[in-house]
Design a protein around this ligand. Structure first.
Ligand SMILES: Cc1cc2nc3c(=O)[nH]c(=O)nc-3n(C[C@H](O)[C@H](O)[C@H](O)COP(=O)(O)OP(=O)(O)OC[C@H]3O[C@@H](n4cnc5c(N)ncnc54)[C@H](O)[C@@H]3O)c2cc1C
Length: 424
């Protein structure tokens, strides 16, 4: 219930200081102009959300692997944030099949030579991966159907999906709308970058930019309710209230946003959330400098020595990320950890002798709602406006008709900030 006169006043409140909230706050402050009071409220002890990076004796570890795609980079550059770093060497990648490493084929040249496929399969896979631009007529078809329509054999379908999966974190092609995956992959082909210093570099730069524009960040500030209407009111966990002209719920899963607004659950549930098991490792020395980028073909596994392309470790040291994507197999944490250890043993034998730090995250949310074929893919995602609440907007990886993962966050943040700025 509204408190009243004792409420703090603000022009705009952004709830959530992950990547979405940081981009929203910068854009909103920039559009609003000086003198406006923009608050950025974060429940956690620091900004960054899932884009946080931790530091251990000079090694920078993301919460799982992080590749910056071109769309996000372009959006950040438009805000004055440049991200130094390097590109992974796809031509040197390896493919893991039936427990053995083979020359990889994530780049076009190696794909046309791979011994894992017959010549006609290679050409079919190369065509599919080379031409998979956004194709609206694929919307409403799941990626399994798309691959079945386009590729001659099960082996070719498995091989193609092994490459597509790395960019989208989706374990099985049935899980995602074909157009969403194809459009995303076309964007990924425009360039992938590992960031020097990890994604903390991005978080720090966005925070500094926001503060320079007058945004006031507050950590340890959990919002427990949002009353909509023309002049929304935010209730904090300690009972205090903030009255604002506009509120953006930035990076909260759809369910969490609905709960804050006291909305009933939608009849059609949002797309399923996607989880990944991650093993983050810091080594004082890399046992094998040639086995540094591996993707699983018959099992959704991934290994990358990110420090080969970006500054993340002290001289001579290495930072590795391993992942097992969610394929609905329902493996327990112990079994998943065993398979990641086996992959690390295979690629970097003796790694335990040079271990500085490790962190196993059995189930971290990579996407809060996958665009599924049954719900119309990207076109089926909601926009930034919240029906019935003219002053409240949403942004995040489940909002808007474009992008997956961080791309969706930054694109939807731009739209929500523009709409919210219109209320000031
Ligand atoms: C393992 C992993 C690998 C990934 N790899 C890639 C990749 O390679 N490329 C890519 O583009 N993307 C990748 N992503 C996705 C990308 O990291 C996320 O899309 C992005 O960081 C999400 O940012 P967000 O702000 O939307 O959400 P979050 O980071 O979850 O931020 C939401 C914030 O809101 C805060 N909050 C929640 N509720 C409240 C409340 N009631 N009051 C106040 N604050 C609240 C939370 O504490 C949190 O800080 C990856 C994600 C994971 C997990």
């Amino acid at each position: 219930m509204s408190a009243g006169g004792s409420d703090e006043r603000a022009d705009a409140v952004v709830v959530g200081a992950g990547l979405t909230g940081l981009v929203t706050a910068v854009r909103l402050a920039r559009a609003a102009g000086s003198g406006r009071r923009v608050l950025l409220l974060e429940a956690g002890g620091e900004p960054g959300g899932r884009a946080r990076t931790t530091e251990h004796h000079g090694y920078r570890l993301g919460l799982g692997p992080r590749a910056l795609y071109r769309t996000t980079r372009d959006e950040l550059r438009a805000l004055g944030v440049r991200v130094p770093g390097g590109e992974p060497d796809l031509t040197g990648s390896l493919a893991l099949r039936e427990g053995r490493l083979h020359p990889g084929y994530a780049a076009p040249g190696p794909l046309l030579r791979t011994a894992l496929l017959a010549p006609r399969e290679r050409i079919a896979v190369a065509r599919l991966l080379g031409l998979s631009r956004g194709r609206p007529w694929l919307a409403g078809t799941d990626a399994a159907q798309w691959l079945a329509d386009r590729l001659p054999t099960e082996r070719a379908r498995e091989a193609a999906f092994a490459v597509l999966r790395i960019s989208a974190y989706v374990g099985r092609p049935e899980m995602i709308d074909a157009e969403a995956l194809a459009a995303h992959f076309a964007g990924v082909r425009r360039g992938v970058r590992y960031a020097d210093g990890g994604w903390r570099t991005i978080v720090d730069a966005l925070l500094a930019r926001a503060e320079s524009l007058g945004v006031r960040p507050r950590t340890g500030s959990r919002v427990t309710a949002v009353e909509g209407g023309a002049r929304p009111r935010v209730t904090m966990a300690d009972g205090r209230g903030i009255r604002a002209r506009t509120v953006v719920l930035a990076g909260l899963p759809q369910r969490a946003a609905n709960r804050l607004l006291d909305h009933p659950e939608p009849a059609a549930p949002p797309g399923r959330s996607l989880h990944t098991a991650c093993l983050d490792v810091a080594l004082s020395r890399l046992p094998d400098p040639h086995r540094t980028l591996v993707f699983g073909v018959d099992e959704p596994l991934y290994l990358s020595v990110v420090s080969q392309s970006a500054r993340l470790a002290p001289q001579g040291g290495a930072v590795l990320h391993l992942a097992r994507y969610d394929d609905g197999a329902g493996l327990g944490a112990t079994e998943v950890r065993k398979r990641l250890d086996e992959l690390l043993d295979l690629c970097q034998p003796g790694w335990r002798d040079v271990l500085v730090h490790e962190r196993f995250l059995p189930r971290i949310t990579t996407m809060t709602a996958v665009p599924e074929a049954r719900s119309g893919g990207l076109a089926g995602r909601p926009g930034p406006r919240v029906p019935g609440h003219p002053g409240v907007f949403v942004a995040g990886d489940w909002v808007g008709p474009r992008g997956l993962l961080a791309d969706a966050c930054v694109l939807s943040a731009a739209r929500a900030a523009e709409a919210a700025a219109g209320r000031l």
